[in-house]
Design a protein around this ligand. Structure first.
Ligand SMILES: Nc1ncnc2c1ncn2[C@@H]1O[C@H](COP(=O)(O)OP(=O)(O)OP(=O)(O)O)[C@@H](O)[C@H]1O
Ligand SMILES: [Mg+2]
Length: 384
């Protein structure tokens, strides 16, 4: 073993199962004995997979998904570009692949994984993914609507009003009906009583609901709501379930899709029991194209993601964000990602822009320690 390989092995030394991500390269040559094998137990310390376009981020996701599943860990991944069903098909031996495998000193046998498909709003083949409006909550809905701060807090008041009056909010039509009532002659007194919700803002919210309906969001909301327990388990063939949520035409509705992924995460957080630190996670959740989550995200929205990500670790769930630039992920979330896989960063216009800025002295980054335990009682009482 070379000294380099010794150092790499020492860095990744851990008891129990480990992922096999590749081999170290020194002075341009692959060192087959320098195995990069992060421990499976560390996968609930969350992670980031970053790199320029076409550098292999989705391939890394596939590699990790296959290996985690082989360890009976369930995997959830959202498929923005139709890349993931490939996991279901066994690969093929070829001169290039076999040559590379030999160079790495690894063994490889083509194998497919059973993949369970989920279909957002029941559109397409797979288990339908739907959420009721009340479970989705005002913060996520405000993000979907692209609501400003005033509209967002007004929406919270409407949810509270519905709660206080035991009005079930199942789908967009229910929410529309509540707003229409508040804007009607009969509801005017109630609207006034809400304090802080003007009829002008209520009108804007109503228009935004109509816009959502026009965007085709209606089938995404309502009953039956997805039971997130369906994402965790072992496939009859013995491997951890691999669930793949297909998101066709994501570019048309990025906010809607990405917010739905957050709802899934929040739902997992609320449903799963506290398990502390396990030898390996129960589920690893991959957010491919994660920049879509954070584009234009408000501070409360970012804080709520940060809080869910921090707390979900003790429920046995690991979350990996996949995006081109690490800076696509806000600092408060980045600080919690214990595993980093960095592919080549290409000079994109965004990188060039940042690097051409005059350099200011570095400011200390706020770091949230992952060892800080937060009792379940400090968990958010209300869904976000
Ligand atoms: N480790 C690898 N083994 C085999 N092929 C690879 C590997 N890494 C990258 N490739 C090749 O590069 C192509 C692009 O990889 P991939 O789709 O994973 O990139 P990406 O970083 O996810 O890109 P994007 O940001 O555009 O989504 C793949 O289709 C594959 O042909
Ligand atoms: Mg990709």
């Amino acid at each position: 073993m070379t000294e380099f390989a010794d150092r790499i092995s020492a860095a990744y030394a851990a008891k129990g199962k480990a992922l096999d991500l590749g081999r170290g390269v020194v002075a341009g040559a692959t060192d087959p004995s320098a195995a990069v094998q992060p421990s499976a137990a560390m996968c609930n310390r969350h992670g980031l997979i970053a790199g320029g376009t076409g550098t292999g981020k989705t391939k890394t996701l596939q590699l990790m998904a296959e290996q985690l599943s082989a360890m009976d860990v369930s995997v959830f991944a959202a498929d923005m570009k139709g890349d993931l069903p490939g996991i279901a098909e066994p690969g093929e031996h070829s001169e290039r692949v076999d040559g590379r495998v030999g160079e790495l000193g690894m063994t490889w046998e083509p194998a497919g994984r059973a993949v369970q498909f989920l279909a957002l709003g029941g559109q397409g083949a797979g288990i339908p993914v739907r959420a009721t409006i009340s479970s989705f909550g005002p913060t996520l809905l405000a993000k979907v609507m692209d609501a400003n701060e005033t509209q967002s807090s007004s929406l919270s008041l409407v949810f509270r009003y519905a709660d206080d009056h035991q009005l079930g909010l199942l789908d967009l039509a229910d929410l529309r009906a509540v707003l229409q009532f508040l804007l009607s002659d009969d509801g005017r007194a109630d609207l006034k009583g809400l304090g802080g919700l003007s009829s002008a803002t209520a009108g804007v919210l109503l228009r935004k609901i109509v816009e959502l309906e026009e965007l085709g969001a209606e089938p995404f909301f309502g009953e039956p709501q997805l039971e997130v327990a369906a994402l965790i388990g072992v496939h009859p063939d013995g491997a951890g379930l691999v669930s793949c949520l297909e998101l066709p035409s994501v570019q048309d509705r990025p906010r809607l899709f990405s917010t739905f992924l957050l709802w899934l995460l929040a739902e997992l957080f609320e449903t799963l029991p506290e398990v502390g630190d396990l030898d390996q996670p129960k589920l690893v959740f991959f957010f491919d194209e994660a920049h879509l989550l954070f584009e234009g995200a408000s501070k409360p929205f970012r804080e709520q993601i940060a809080q869910t990500v921090r707390l979900i670790r003790s429920k046995g769930v690991g979350v990996f964000f996949i995006t081109q630039l690490p800076d696509d992920v806000p600092d408060e979330i980045l600080a919690q990602l214990g595993n980093r896989i960095q592919h080549a960063l290409r000079a994109s216009p965004r990188v060039t822009r940042r690097h051409s800025k005059p350099q200011s002295p570095p400011t200390p980054r706020r770091v949230t320690t992952t060892s800080k335990r937060i009792s379940p009682s400090s968990a958010p009482a209300r869904r976000w």
